[in-house]
Design a protein around this ligand. Structure first.
Ligand code: PHE
Length: 443
């Protein structure tokens, strides 16, 4: 049953049938790891902020995570049927209130406030998702933007003004691959009603150089830390490449990928801000760029942290390792794993709820089954002792038509060793909760 109201960060909200935020998530909302001094997420934020200095950029670090569907989706041009709006993917407080799924939820209000040429927003964001070492339902993003005002640039020449700002940016010597044309008519169009090609190209140049400088800063620090930990660390030259992307609120849009430790990593999304955002925010004369980056993945790589759950650990053996780094970023060092406790797994197999049809045949009712619900139930019973959950078998019974799913749940505490009896108890709690909440039948 849905409670009539819920309290998040000390504020009361009315709920309705859309409410789907479990207590273990609500309890973590006040943690705000990006504001916890010497936490790896905080340090990562500091490193990126150093590339986008005040007063050109103004920092916003405490926007409320509870936002409206208008802020999170509509103001950004998300279609009414966009999959991101589904209850299976997003935590709703009620039908028009949710836990933000990205920092872009604050673009419109920040443009409207018009406090500076640029801004950086850092915040906790929430998504219902799978469970593994790099996914956690709460993570942190940083959003940045830079705008120019048509009425304030010399002679109204935006392109010239932006290019002169590009000239003022530091240079770097990293190899950049940028094979795509500046625009693509269908995939990545110029907003021809609002910008000249020269304006959009100048904005793109400023955006790309700024973000390249950001990844140089991050990866130079990551490599220095890797070398301090291991003098034999082989340093390959940094390579970055730009690829076309799509976001409902930018055009053209790109992603930046970085070659690091043998892999191309997708780092961030960005683009030229859709002019409707500025128009709707009451600042129609502005134009510019925006980007968004996930801080937790970057922090994992800077500190070589093997499991995203560690960020939520209150264990001193974790937190003490980063003491003092906030005050001296050059002392950044890699995480030294404390002994890894043995893990173990339990499997659970179940039949999806079945409904009898008039013809007498029984069909698996797969329409209201979503894997994220399994993930969340496991998480809400077992908490952070779940390392990952994987579907390993799935079949439909040839006669009854019922569908069976089998999941393997890996349990491992980051802090101690569990006994088999303890794990069995957690597992039976998980099974009971699956039966109760999903109406499935354990096989
Ligand atoms: N909000 C986007 C995401 O979460 C990232 C983004 C931000 C893209 C700003 C473009 C501009 O994926």
């Amino acid at each position: 049953a849905t409670p009539a109201q819920t309290e998040i960060n000390g504020k009361t909200y009315q709920t309705d049938s859309w409410f789907n935020v479990p207590t273990n998530i609500i309890d973590k909302v006040p943690r705000r790891l990006h504001l916890q001094k010497d936490h790896p997420v905080y340090i990562t934020r500091q490193i990126i902020e150093s590339v986008f200095p005040a007063p050109t950029y103004k920092y916003h670090n405490d926007y409320n995570p509870v936002v409206t569907t208008y802020q999170n989706f509509d103001s950004l041009g998300f279609a009414k049927d966009h999959p991101g709006r589904a209850k299976s993917d997003t935590y709703y407080v009620n039908h028009n209130t949710l836990l933000r799924t990205h920092t872009s939820a604050h673009q419109a209000e920040t443009f409207r406030a018009n406090l500076s040429d640029g801004y950086l927003i850092s915040a906790d964001v929430y998504r219902r998702d799978e469970i593994d070492r790099s996914h956690y339902p709460i993570f942190h993003q940083m959003e940045g933007a830079h705008s120019w005002d048509r009425t304030k640039v010399p002679n109204g020449d935006v392109a010239a003004a932006v290019w002169s700002d590009v000239e003022k940016l530091p240079k770097h010597s990293v190899e950049v691959r940028d094979p795509n044309p500046p625009f693509h008519r269908e995939r990545n169009p110029l907003q021809a009603d609002h910008h000249s090609a020269a304006e959009a190209e100048a904005i793109a140049a400023h955006l790309k150089r700024s973000l390249e400088l950001m990844v140089v800063e991050i990866f130079t620090r990551a490599k220095a830390a890797a070398k301090r930990a291991d003098p034999d660390y082989v340093d390959e030259p940094l390579q970055v490449r730009w690829v076309e992307a799509y976001f409902p609120f930018t055009s053209p849009s790109w992603e930046l990928e970085v070659y690091y430790d043998g892999d191309w990593l997708e780092c961030l999304g960005c683009g030229v801000v859709k002019q409707d955002l500025y128009i709707n925010a009451g600042v129609p004369n502005q134009l510019g760029w925006a980007f968004g980056i996930g801080l937790d993945r970057i922090a994992m790589l800077l500190f070589k942290i093997p499991d995203i759950r560690l960020f939520w650990s209150q264990d001193e053996r974790f937190l003490n390792q980063f003491k003092g780094i906030s005050d001296n970023l050059d002392s950044l060092k890699r995480f030294a794993p404390f002994s890894k406790y043995p893990g173990c797994y339990r499997d659970v197999s179940f039949w999806l709820r079945s409904t009898s049809s008039a013809g007498g045949s029984t069909k698996a009712n797969v329409h209201d089954f979503h894997e994220n619900d399994v993930m969340e139930i496991v998480r809400s019973v077992a908490g952070d002792v779940v390392e990952d959950v994987k579907l390993f078998d799935e079949f439909t019974h040839p006669k009854t038509g019922r569908k069976s799913m089998s999941y393997r749940i890996n349990y491992r505490s980051l802090e101690r060793t569990f006994t088999a009896a303890e794990v069995n108890k957690i597992q039976s709690g998980v099974e009971n909760a699956l039966v109760r909440n999903l109406g499935i039948e354990i096989r």
